[in-house]
Structures are given as structure tokens and as C-alpha cells.
Design a protein around this ligand. Structure first.
Ligand code: NAD
Length: 262
């Protein structure tokens, strides 16, 4: 096999949660372009349809499905539907997520805390669980979790205890699942993005001035002084989904233009 063929996803089925927007859409589109059949799953079905249409418009294979990653029957149905439609699940990106509520610890609201832990950690676990359920009998599969640099460091930018706790959980969930599943033929890795322009947190930024201040502050932390565009996650996604990364397991792949290099 040539080195470029190693990166091909032809014949593979890839499920992406949070595929209706931002990084998830970019992961789905990149995998479609690399030859995969892509199941675009999102809580907002119209946006998942748009992503599937982008892939189909470029000549690829895709299906859209509504999923709420905190609702286990809905996650199970997403995986079973992918198997029915395309025959198997070879790769899953457990990527759907929400921002934190930006409150200092003394002001944290318990219901808001639970919501962030639910979506950003439990939702990731449920997606990995049901993908593993169909991958284990086949003895192969790649599970890729979306963490964050804020699963690895604290923020001196904005208070994010809820989000940081959830993403820290995703980081060590990656390592734990990699250990549990290695002998069964599966790999489990995480992508830890730095700062990308997406819709993340848009729902919480009623105040556009505040949003701009947060963006300006994040740019100061990036050695290149430039936030990423979502499409720039595509190469990393295809690498981790493809045979090119078969020896990579339990790894947290940071993609942050050097924020963590300091
Ligand atoms: N944008 C960044 O700078 C950045 C940095 C680090 C990590 N991340 C992570 O990347 C992932 C994707 O975020 P994004 O930046 O693309 O944000 P985004 O808001 O653009 O996309 C998130 C998608 O997830 C979906 N979603 C939310 N809750 C869901 C649920 N319960 N069930 C199913 N789908 C749900 C949303 O509808 C949306 O389409 C998240 O896990 C986020 O924490 C983003």
C-alpha cells in the first residue's frame, strides 16, 4: 500500500456527533472527501442534513441523523442505524459538545454544571460505549474523542470550571478506554483543539462585546496570533480515522498552533 493509500477512508463508515456545525462538520466533510461513508449526527437535524448534503454534493456518501448524545436510546439508535445503512461502524468521532457557562467557582450553578458534564463528558462516553458495542465483535474500530486544551491546562482567560472538568474527564477517559480496548483490536484517541472559530458558546454570548473581548484575549495566547478555521481540523481527523494512525493509541493530539508550547 502506498503512503497516500494509507490515508484513504474508502470503504469505511465514519460516524460524527456534532456534525451539524464547526469542527464536527469539518471532520465529516474531510472524511467524506477521503472516501468514507459518513453518518452526520446532531441534535439539530437540519444542520446535520446540510453537512450530509455538502458531502453528497462533492460526490461522497452520507446520511443525516438526529441524536441527543445525553439520551442513551437515541445514541444506540444512531449506531444501529449506521450499521443498518452502511454495514458497520469503523470510526466514530465523539465530538458533540457545548461551552461552559463562564462562571467563577463561587458562582457556579449546579444545574448548569450538570448540563456541561452531561453533554461534554457523559455524552462522549455514551457515544463511545455504543460504538464499541458494535466494533468489539468485529475486532476493529477507531474511537476518537474531542477533548480540549482546557482538558490539559487551566484557563487564565475566562472561568470555565464546568468545561475544564468535563474535558479533563475526556482526556483520561481516552487513556482508560485505550487500555481497555487495545487487546480487542480497537484504538481510542483524542483531539484536543485550541481556539477555532465555530459556533461554540454563541448561545451564551448575548453580549457581543464580551464575546469579542474573549476572542481578543484568546488570540494573545496563540503564538501565531490567529484562531483556527474549522476546516483546519480536517487533516488531523482523517489521520486518526485512517490506517496511517494504526499504531497510535491512547494519544491526546493537541492542535492549537502552539498554545501549549509555552
Ligand atoms: N471551537 C473551539 O475552539 C474548540 C476548542 C476546543 C474544543 N472544542 C470542542 O469541539 C467540539 C465541537 O465544538 P465546535 O467548536 O465545533 O462547536 P459548535 O457549537 O460549532 O458545534 C457543536 C455541535 O454539537 C451539537 N450538539 C450540542 N449538544 C448536542 C447534543 N446533546 N447532542 C448532539 N449534538 C449536540 C450542536 O448542535 C452543534 O452542531 C466540542 O466538543 C467542543 O468542546 C472546540
Amino acid at each position: 500500500m502506498s503512503i497516500l493509500e494509507l490515508f484513504s477512508l474508502a470503504g469505511r463508515t465514519v460516524v460524527v456527533t456534532g456534525a451539524g456545525s464547526g469542527l464536527g462538520r469539518a471532520m465529516a466533510v474531510a472524511c467524506g472527501e477521503a472516501g468514507a461513508s459518513v453518518v452526520c449526527a446532531d441534535a439539530q437535524p437540519a444542520t446535520a442534513e446540510e453537512t450530509a448534503a455538502l458531502i453528497q454534493g462533492a460526490g461522497g456518501q452520507a446520511a443525516a441523523v438526529r441524536v441527543d448524545v445525553v439520551d442513551e436510546p437515541s445514541v444506540a439508535a444512531m449506531i444501529d442505524g449506521a450499521v443498518d445503512r452502511f454495514g458497520a461502524v469503523d470510526v466514530i468521532f465523539c465530538n458533540a459538545g457545548i461551552s461552559g457557562f463562564y462562571k467563577r467557582i463561587d458562582q457556579v450553578d449546579l444545574a448548569e454544571w450538570r448540563r456541561v458534564i452531561d453533554v461534554d463528558l457523559t455524552g462522549v462516553m455514551l457515544s463511545a460505549k455504543h460504538a464499541a458495542r458494535v466494533m468489539i465483535p468485529r475486532g476493529s474500530g477507531k474511537i476518537i474523542l474531542t477533548a480540549s486544551i482546557y482538558g490539559l491546562i487551566g484557563s487564565d482567560n475566562v472561568p470555565i470550571a464546568d468545561y475544564a472538568a468535563a474535558k479533563g474527564g475526556v482526556v483520561n477517559l481516552t487513556r482508560e478506554l485505550a487500555m481497555e480496548l487495545a487487546e480487542l483490536g480497537l484504538t481510542v484517541n483524542a483531539i484536543a483543539p485550541g481556539f477555532f472559530n465555530t459556533n461554540l458558546g454563541r448561545d451564551k454570548a448575548a453580549d457581543q462585546d464580551r464575546k469579542q473581548r474573549l476572542r481578543d484575549a484568546s488570540v494573545k495566547l496563540i503564538p501565531t496570533h490567529r484562531r483556527g478555521e474549522a476546516a483546519e481540523i480536517g487533516g488531523t481527523a482523517v489521520y486518526l480515522a485512517s490506517a496511517a494512525s494504526d499504531m497510535v493509541n491512547g494519544h491526546i493530539l493537541v492542535i492549537d498552533s502552539g498554545v501549549l508550547a509555552r
